[in-house]
Design a protein around this ligand. Structure first.
Ligand code: NAG
Ligand code: NAG
Ligand code: NAG
Length: 345
């Protein structure tokens, strides 16, 4: 009996070594799944079968991932690294994962991600970056992610999000952004517009509450009227703005370009305002000229009217003078007619 059990255990170990299931992991050959959850792993096991499609590494203590750690598993479709302590990822971490559909990095300590990190994973449908410490994402981060359907970035430290990043997510259906440090100034107005359009197209979002400024704290971004975000800081305010951004000098390099874009956006806004000011001035000038012309015409009409009246008055006076001078002449002529009339009658 005892010998039989030992044999069975030996047999199991043999099977394990043959299929190459990594130590402290469970393998399901039919599902091509390797599950190594909650086993205190501090790094990615290096003997994962190359045909693995599902690799579950959640609930461990993984803090670093070596370069191109998954290139030997090109069939990988699901990679779950959630609930670990990963703080940094190199740009080639996910190289070669062209079949990856679901990448879960939730609940780690990631503060920054390189803009080349998703270059191989162009078929990704679901990306979970929630519960990390991301303060921003670099330009072009989602460039090839036009298959992405579900994106979770909730519970991070994002202050703002450049909508140019989101524009490449042409098939996105769910976008989760809640519990970040949303700074609801003029820069967030673009995001609000983008989200409104996303909702209109049937997209789903969660509740985005502002953290800053004080008067908008805990207000739902989607319920704040657009007028609240005007006006954008003009060029004049740029130095003080740049100064306030110096607080996070380490992250500034990563999203420096975004900031620049947003500043130029603000500049164009102030340019537009200058344009509309010029327009207003032109309108006033034209109105003034038209009013002036009308006034001049009225004045001319008045002068004409007065002189006409004066002339008429003079004419009447002269007529009356004539009446006084020769009433007999006129009466006589009238009397001359009367006998004629009488004779006729
Ligand atoms: C593999 O997973 C399938 C589907 O969940 C299950 O039916 C099967 O029993 C599993 N095999 C092993 C060896 O765990
Ligand atoms: C995050 O991961 C830790 C372990 O690393 C776990 O204790 C905690 O419950 C997780 N939090 C969430 C929200 O999943
Ligand atoms: C990361 O964020 C968590 C909360 O999401 C926080 O407890 C932790 O202190 C942050 N770590 C760093 C290094 O900022």
């Amino acid at each position: 009996m005892r010998g039989k059990i030992t044999l069975e255990i030996l047999g199991l170990l043999f099977v394990h070594s043959v299929i190459g299931c990594p130590e402290r992991c469970l393998c399901n050959i039919t599902l091509k799944e390797v599950s190594c959850t909650g086993n205190g792993l501090s790094e990615i096991p290096n003997d994962v079968p190359p045909d693995t499609e599902i690799l579950d590494l959640q609930n461990n203590h993984i803090h670093t991932i070596s370069n191109a750690a998954f290139t030997d598993m090109p069939q990988l479709q699901v990679l779950d690294l959630s609930n670990n302590v990963i703080s940094s990822l190199s740009s080639n971490t996910f190289d070669g994962l062209h079949n990856l559909l679901n990448l879960n990095l939730a609940n780690n300590s990631i503060t920054y991600m390189d803009n080349k990190i998703l270059h191989s994973t162009e078929n990704l449908k679901q990306l979970d970056l929630s519960f990390n410490n991301l303060t921003s994402l670099p330009e072009g981060f989602f460039e090839n992610q036009n298959n992405l359907i579900w994106l979770g970035m909730h519970q991070n430290q994002l202050h703002q999000l450049d909508t140019a990043l989101l524009d490449s997510l042409s098939n996105l259906q769910v976008l989760l952004l809640q519990k970040n440090h949303w700074k609801c100034d003029c820069h967030v107005a673009g995001l609000k517009l983008w989200l409104e359009s996303f909702l209109y197209k049937g997209g789903q979002i969660d509740e985005i509450l502002c953290t800053e400024p004080e008067d908008l704290r805990s207000k739902d971004l989607m319920k704040i009227p657009h007028e609240k975000f005007q006006p954008c800081p003009s060029v004049k305010h740029k130095p003080s703005n740049a100064h306030s951004e110096h607080g996070s000098s380490t992250t500034q390099n990563h999203h420096g370009k975004n900031e620049h874009d947003q500043h130029s956006e603000c500049k164009t806004k102030s340019k537009q305002r200058a344009g509309s000011l010029r327009h207003a001035i032109a309108t006033i000038v034209i109105t003034g000229i038209v009013c002036g012309i009308v006034c001049l015409m009225m004045l001319a009409a008045a002068i004409y009217g007065c002189s006409y009246a004066a002339l008429m008055a003079k004419y009447h006076r002269e007529l009356k003078k004539l009446e006084h001078l020769g009433p007999e002449v006129e009466q006589g002529s009238a009397e001359e007619k009367e006998p004629l009339d009488g004779s006729q009658a």
